[in-house]
Design a protein around this ligand. Structure first.
Ligand code: TRP
Length: 332
C-alpha cells in the first residue's frame, strides 16, 4: 500500500442501510478511497452480541458486503472484508481485554443501553464489545476512524487501551483519531423529526431503506410529518421541513438558499414529492448495482475471499509483534 494515512471502519451487518446510514456515513466512505488507504469491514462478530437468527445473519452479512460495493467501495483500491474471516481480530481482542479494566467497560453508555434493552441476555460479549472494536482498529494500526457520535466513546476507549498497552510494553500502537466528515448530515425520522432515523423504528414510514423501490420512497416522503405552516425554509422549530431540506440538499447538492427559492410559493405537497423523487433517483444506481452483484455470487465470493486474505496479511504482521511484546513464545 502507498504511504497514505490509514482509515478503518466497521459496519454492522443489518442487510440494508437506512438513508441515514447512507447520507451520514457510507456514502462518504467512497470518496475517502483516493486520499487514504481504506479498510472496511462488515462486523458479523459484533452482531452476535445480540441474538441473531443464523440464516438471516449470513444473508445480511453478504447483503451488507454487496451493498458497500454498490455504494462505491472499490475492492481494488480498498480492503473490504468480513470480520469473522480474519482471525487476528479475535486474537488481539483477547490481549487487549487483558489490558482493559472492568470499570472502564461498565461506564460505556451503549452497554448500559443495550443491557437494558436485552435484559434477558446480558452476555459477556455485549460487555466486551468495545474491546473487539479496539482490536479491529489496532490490528491495522489505523490512523483515522470515521464514526458517528454514538461510537465516539468506544473510540476514546480504544485510544485509552492503546495508550495503556504502550505504557506497559513500549510504544507500539498509534492512537486512532476520530475522522469527522465535513459532509454527512444527520437524518431524522420522517414520522418524528426530533428522533434519529433508525431501522429499528416500529413505524416503517419513518425510515427510508436504501433498497426501497421508487414508489415506496415517494409514498414515505408524502407521509412525512411537517408542521402547520406553509413556508419551505430552514428555521428553528421546523424540524420536519429542516430534515427534508437536509435530505434534498445532500442528494441534489443544492444549498438551503437555492432550495428555498426553488420552492418559493409552492406547497409542502410539491416539496415532499420532489424530495421523494430526488432520493429515489439518487439511489437507483445503488439499487441496480446491488442487484447485479447479488446475482453474481461467484464474483462476490472472490471479492470477500481476497479481501480477507489481504486483511489477514496486513493485520498478522501487527498482531505477531504484539504476541512477542506480551511474552508469548514464537511458534516457529
Ligand atoms: N461499533 C460500530 C457500530 O456499531 C461498528 C464497528 C465495529 C466499528 N468495529 C469498528 C466502527 C471499528 C469503527 C471501527 O457502528
Amino acid at each position: 500500500m502507498e504511504d497514505k494515512k490509514l482509515i478503518f471502519s466497521g459496519i454492522q451487518p443489518t442487510g440494508t442501510f437506512t438513508l441515514g446510514n447512507y447520507i451520514g456515513a457510507v456514502r462518504n466512505w467512497a470518496p475517502l478511497q483516493d486520499e487514504y488507504n481504506c479498510i472496511y469491514c462488515v462486523v458479523d462478530m459484533h452482531a452476535i452480541t445480540v441474538r441473531q437468527d443464523p440464516v438471516k445473519l449470513r444473508q445480511n452479512t453478504l447483503n451488507s458486503y454487496a451493498l458497500l460495493m454498490a455504494c462505491g467501495i472499490d475492492v481494488e483500491k480498498s480492503i473490504l472484508f468480513i470480520q469473522s474471516h480474519v482471525k487476528t481480530h479475535a486474537e488481539l481482542s483477547w490481549i487487549l481485554g487483558c489490558n482493559t479494566q472492568f470499570g472502564e467497560l461498565s461506564r460505556m453508555t451503549q452497554f448500559k443501553d443495550k443491557s437494558q434493552k436485552h435484559a434477558d441476555d446480558v452476555n459477556s460479549g455485549l460487555f466486551t464489545y468495545p474491546v473487539l472494536m479496539a482490536a479491529d482498529i489496532l490490528a491495522y494500526n489505523a490512523d483515522l476512524v470515521p464514526v458517528g457520535v454514538d461510537q465516539k466513546q468506544h473510540l476514546e476507549l480504544a485510544r485509552n487501551i492503546a495508550q495503556r498497552f504502550n505504557q506497559r510494553y513500549g510504544d507500539f500502537f498509534k492512537l486512532p483519531e476520530p475522522y469527522i466528515a465535513e459532509i454527512g448530515a444527520k437524518v431524522m425520522s420522517l414520522q418524528d423529526p426530533t428522533k434519529k432515523m433508525s431501522k429499528s423504528d416500529e413505524n416503517p414510514n419513518s425510515v427510508i431503506l436504501i433498497l426501497d423501490d421508487k414508489d415506496t420512497i415517494i409514498r414515505k416522503f408524502k407521509r412525512a410529518v411537517t408542521d402547520s405552516e406553509t413556508e419551505i425554509c430552514y428555521r428553528d422549530g421546523k424540524d420536519g421541513i429542516n430534515n427534508l431540506m437536509t435530505i434534498y440538499s445532500s442528494v441534489t447538492g443544492k444549498n438551503f438558499a437555492e432550495i428555498e427559492s426553488e420552492f418559493a410559493g409552492k406547497g409542502y405537497g410539491d416539496f415532499k414529492l420532489a424530495v421523494g423523487e430526488a432520493v429515489a433517483d439518487h439511489l437507483e444506481p445503488v439499487r441496480n448495482e446491488f442487484a447485479r452483484l447479488s446475482a453474481d455470487k461467484a464474483y462476490l465470493k472472490k471479492c470477500y475471499t481476497e479481501g480477507a486474505e489481504k486483511a489477514l496479511r496486513y493485520s498478522q504482521r501487527i498482531v505477531s509483534k504484539v504476541y512477542r511484546k506480551v511474552g508469548f513464545v514464537d511458534r516457529t
